[in-house]
Design a protein around this ligand. Structure first.
Ligand SMILES: Cc1ncc(COP(=O)(O)O)c(C=O)c1O
Length: 471
């Protein structure tokens, strides 16, 4: 086959590949850093049993054990600094219900932004007092439900505060609220209140006494940096102190999500970033911006770093402790880090000069990064049905639709062998926002099912609500 290369051969195209200025014509590898369960399942016969059982189409695999470990590490990070708080899973990151059952533990909760998300949390054992409601100008139904059940509501604007008060009156009980701050670093954000609106809202909470209880303040920042989060959290502590002086309870701050994740090693990421060029991508389609696929600190280590960051001579943890303030986190992506992968059966491979075209069952909507004009960069992995001795190939990867732009990977990635119909192409670590944020039933194709696995490769389909076997 023209495009195959002997495994030991240097990674140079045989024919027609772009000539570059002495730099690498092909992208360096970006292998995903994975948890042990993922490669183990990939190499096991159970993967093929699952593929057959779900009918030969694409599917997602989720591993709640990894979610539980990520969550436990964050709860422990708070405890290690002697700080009280709650880690709310940002449910938007992935719709599987299996995560919710893992979040039904002390120190955890769920962050929801819609009635279906609220109902899913309740139905999977999350108590209403452990549900945080965020999201822009929430629907009347969501506010009413939050009021009825006693969930914590983050309020974005003055008119929303009035609607919360109405919902409280309807529901016959007072609602706990956080007032969301518009970060000074993002003055044009459509979320949160500026300083004047915030002060007015604090005063209004006094007038609404009995319908609204001001429990504190919140923010959500873009990016993944420690320092701005710690600094703004420190300001929120001040806001709590001032609000208490005005008679409010104000004993909580929420620092939102944005806890960082690394998908690849520092070395591999540096090699990609320093060399990235359009020639590495089919049709030159290099994304202008991507997620930072390697960063530090990440996960629970980042939580610790935030708590240990000093502002005005004192670390955040100390300020929280001294003022009896709880810290709330809303991580989405970081809790599902390493906890899932997506499987697309190969439908075809066409060798072409330079790099070939692989077409998989499934759509690029199951890999959301493509829908932001970006690319999910960790390398896909070929799992062959029958081993072949043909050498590696370069290929980009398209979905099974009629759209030219339905592409899962524009980068000409290296696969160990030419993919053949019936092989599986696995995209690693896709649970955070990739799997199901943008999925649609285009071409009347069914949405890929989610399969829940454990370390012993026992598996079942994700169920909307608990069945006999809860975990
Ligand atoms: C208010 C709020 N909280 C939490 C999150 C979750 O963010 P991440 O998945 O980056 O942790 C988001 C994401 O947009 C958000 O808007």
């Amino acid at each position: 086959m023209e495009l195959t290369e002997k495994p030991a051969a240097p990674e140079r195209p045989r024919t027609g590949a772009p000539v570059t200025d002495g730099a690498e014509a092909f992208a360096p590898p970006l292998p995903a850093v994975e948890r042990d369960w993922a490669p183990a399942l990939r190499r096991s016969p159970e993967l093929w049993q699952i593929a057959r059982a779900v009918g030969g189409g694409p599917f997602h695999v989720v591993h709640p054990g990894t979610f539980a470990a990520n969550l436990r590490a964050m709860i422990d990070a708070l405890a290690a600094e002697s700080v009280s708080g709650t880690v709310y899973y940002g449910k938007k990151a992935n719709k599987a219900a299996a995560w919710l059952r893992e979040a039904a533990v002390p120190g955890a909760g769920v962050d929801v932004a819609s009635v279906p998300e609220f109902a899913a949390a309740l139905g999977n054992g999350i108590r209403a007092e452990d549900i945080g409601v965020t999201g822009a100008a929430k629907s009347g139904g969501l506010l009413w439900l939050a009021a009825r059940h006693g969930a914590l509501v983050a309020v974005d604007a003055a008119d929303e505060l009035e609607r919360v008060a109405c919902a409280a009156a309807d529901a016959g009980r007072s609602v706990d609220v956080l007032l969301r701050v518009r970060p000074p670093s993002a003055p044009e954000s459509r979320f949160g209140m500026d300083t004047d609106s915030l002060q007015a809202a604090v005063r209004r909470c006094s007038e609404l006494d009995g319908r609204v209880e001001l429990r504190g303040f919140s923010f959500h920042l873009d990016g993944y940096a420690v320092e701005p989060r710690a600094r703004l959290a420190d300001t929120l502590v001040d806001l709590c102190i001032d609000a208490r002086a005005a008679g409010h309870r104000a004993d909580r701050i929420s620092i939102g999500g944005g806890i960082a994740v690394s998908y690849v090693t520092e070395e591999d990421w540096a090699a990609y970033r320093h060399g990235a060029r359009p020639e590495w991508f089919h049709a030159g389609r290099m994304p202008e911006k991507t997620y930072p696929y390697h960063q530090a600190p990440t996960g629970a280590t980042m939580v610790t770093a935030i708590l240990r960051t000093e502002s005005r001579g004192r670390v955040l943890a100390e300020r929280l402790r001294d003022n009896d303030i709880e810290i709330l986190l809303e991580p989405g992506r970081a809790l599902v880090d390493g906890a899932g992968f997506s499987v697309f059966p190969v439908q075809g491979f066409e060798p072409r000069p330079g790099h070939g075209v692989t077409t998989v069952a499934g759509l690029s909507m199951s890999l959301s990064e493509q829908w932001k004009g970006s690319e999910f960069l960790p390398d896909p992995i070929l799992v062959q049905r029958d081993p072949s001795s043909d050498g590696p190939v370069r290929t980009f990867v398209g979905g099974a639709s009629c759209m030219e732009y339905d592409v899962l990977t524009w980068r000409a990635v290296r696969l160990d062998a030419p993919p053949r119909a019936g092989d599986l192409l696995v995209y690693p670590n896709t649970a955070g926002y990739q799997m199901d944020k943008n999925e649609s039933g285009f071409h009347q194709l069914p949405l890929p099912p989610k399969v829940v696995v454990d370390d012993d490769h026992r598996w079942h389909l994700d169920t909307e609500f608990p069945t006999q076997e809860v975990r």
